[in-house]
Design a protein around this ligand. Structure first.
Ligand code: THU
Length: 132
């Protein structure tokens, strides 16, 4: 058994899909849902919320990290996000940075090319360590 065998990927995908159905996307019509397993076992989620001022769009991951803070904080062990068809979606570059901030040391993501570590999807990342 590896350290990632206990991750409930199906539950994460289902939670992300449920979140995706709440997306507010009148401009792009491209709903996204995200879900994460935290180090204490909780599962949190988020959806994208757009704005008439297009550049102010909040990605699903923004809602997810807000949910993380609002529900008591913690670290992300595993992450999954889906598009409107429920298919695995890669988090955009900005959102990889958002996730990096709250990663558990062994964080993994479900991606279009299988399970990847945070370091694989954001190598040599800038992070809190640079400001210490
Ligand atoms: N989007 C996300 O919510 N997360 C991503 O990682 C990729 C893009 C949203 C933003 C916008 O509402 C829509 O997808 C189309 O770009």
């Amino acid at each position: 058994m590896t350290q990632h065998d206990d991750i409930p990927w199906d539950e994460l995908a289902a939670t992300a899909k449920e979140a995706m159905q709440k997306a507010y996307v009148p401009y792009s019509t491209y709903p996204v849902g995200a879900a994460a397993l935290l180090d204490d076992g909780r599962i949190i989620s988020g959806c994208n919320v757009e704005n008439a001022s297009y550049g102010l769009t909040l990605c699903a991951e923004c809602a997810l990290v807000s949910a993380l803070a609002m529900s008591g904080g913690g670290r992300i062990r595993a992450f999954s996000c889906v598009d409107g068809a429920g298919t695995t979606l890669m988090p955009c570059g900005r959102c990889r940075q958002l996730l990096y901030e709250f990663r558990a040391p062994d964080m993994v993501l479900m991606t279009v090319s299988g399970i990847r570590t945070m370091d694989e999807v954001l190598p040599d990342a800038f992070g809190p360590q640079h400001l210490a």
